[in-house]
Design a protein around this ligand. Structure first.
Ligand code: S3P
Length: 430
């Protein structure tokens, strides 16, 4: 299927190695949470290094519609001024392409004393919402949906705490339930099959919530949040494209600065090490409760590996670019237990299999992942679709750099969802 795209990008083979430094842009997950949680805190919060990607701007727009004052102090610094109480929006709330906005905000809005409607774009309207509707209903929420797809019509009501055994390791589900629990009667506990990203837990604790995590169980009590100064770490999911590019383009040697290294997000670093890649932490510091550091990456001879189970939530958004990396590694890579990848901005198991196959890769689609046999050279000379999916756009850009003939990426504008300066940052190390 051909999409209506605004930007058709031609990418050519790169002739030299990547050299230099890149400061990694702010983390998308943390930027969303910084706006949301500051909006719930009474007083003035300041957010440094906020990501001005389309998804986070959707979250900002939502909270402005809910009566919160949000101002830019500079290009990347925001102040959020709230009286700690959200007000009934005058219009339906547009989540754009952002699943995080819709799923986390459904938890915030379900317990308010007003009604609201959450809707999104074509891609978001196809994504499953039962995963948040089901636990919220157990807490007493009243939500009407389009057969568990958005728009979500939320009738605000008083919620009560539950113990929820989540069938999936999803930070969006966990955060939705914990945020509902912040404003519910009694105690709310979420238990996950594997640990998913814990940015909500860290930031809620930093802002004074009564929250405790033990292993994969997190409990929250009704709490008021304190306004804070929050500095957003760099996004390892954005760093992933540079990491893989440097590993697979001969003669590369780069340094990535200010990368978020929260252990619930560093699955790609673990996998690169397992594949024999040269990746090194240069330092580690803590910024607003999150691990941050600089990393060095050099071109490497990679070998295939297995990726499954508890690995998956720690690298779920990196699987498209990891699949590309595996095509450039000697031997077999098996990625399994990743069925949730079908529920992202596109069905990433099918879209990535088809895209990499068109380039010349030996990749087999499985219900829950891929089997990839490397190393294959990409012949290129093809047009690839992005299907409203920013991570496909960036993965194909890297593929183009190692393809014999030029490739065309249709719908390259989707990079702006998480990384508006992706191409110019890349140009800086070419
Ligand atoms: C996110 C969690 C992940 C991830 C998404 C952002 C978050 O989704 O894929 O891009 O900010 O909580 P799931 O938790 O549903 O796996």
């Amino acid at each position: 299927m051909k999409e209506n795209s605004l930007v058709n990008k031609i990418v050519s083979k790169i002739k030299t190695g990547l050299k230099g430094e890149v400061t990694i842009p702010p983390d998308k997950s943390i930027s969303h949470r910084a706006i949301m949680f500051s909006s719930l805190a009474k007083g003035r919060s300041v957010i440094n290094n906020f990501l001005k990607g389309a998804d986070c701007l959707s979250t900002m727009g939502l909270f402005k519609s809910l009566g919160v004052e949000i101002n830019y102090l500079s290009d990347s610094i925001l102040e959020v001024i709230s009286n700690g109480v959200l007000t009934k929006p005058k219009t339906d709330l547009d989540c754009g392409n952002s699943g995080t906005t819709m799923r986390l905000c459904s938890g915030i809005l379900a317990g308010q004393n007003f009604n609201s409607v959450l809707y999104g774009d074509e891609s978001l309207s196809k994504r499953p919402m039962k995963r948040v509707i089901a636990p919220l209903e157990l807490m007493g929420a009243k939500i009407k949906s389009n057969d568990f797809r958005s728009p979500l019509k939320i009738v605000g009501t008083e919620l009560h705490g539950i113990t929820y055994n989540s069938p999936i390791a999803s930070a969006q589900v966990k955060s939705c339930v914990l945020l509902a629990g912040l404003n519910a009667l009694g105690k709310t506990t979420v238990i996950e099959p594997y640990m998913s990203r814990n940015h909500s837990e860290l930031m809620l604790k930093y802002m004074g919530a009564n929250i405790l995590t033990e292993g994969t169980t997190t409990t929250v009590l009704k709490s008021e949040l304190q306004p804070k100064e929050i500095t957003v770490a760099g996004d390892i999911s954005s760093a992933a494209y540079f990491i893989v590019a440097a590993l697979i383009i001969p003669d590369s040697h780069i340094i990535l600065k200010n990368v978020g290294l929260n252990p619930t997000r560093t699955g790609i670093v673990d996998v690169v090490k397992r594949m024999g890649g040269q990746i090194e932490n240069l330092d580690k510091r803590i910024v607003s409760g999150e691990d941050v550091g600089d990393i060095r990456i050099k071109y490497s001879n990679l070998k295939g590996c297995n990726i499954s189970g508890a690995d998956i939530p720690k690298l779920i958004d990196e699987l498209p670019i990891i699949a590309l990396m595996a095509t450039q590694a000697e031997g077999k890579t098996i990625i399994s237990d990743a069925e949730d990848l079908r529920k992202k901005e596109s069905d990433r198991i099918t879209t990535i299999t088809n895209g990499l196959k068109a380039l010349g890769a030996d990749i087999e689609e499985k219900p829950d992942g891929f089997i990839i046999q490397g190393k294959t050279s990409f012949k290129g000379g093809v047009e690839l679709e992005t299907y409203h999916d920013h991570r496909l756009a960036m993965t194909y850009y890297i593929a183009g750099l190692v393809s014999e003939k030029d490739i065309m990426i249709n719908g390259f504008e989707w990079v702006s969802v998480s990384y508006p300066n992706f191409e110019s940052d890349f140009e800086g190390i070419k």
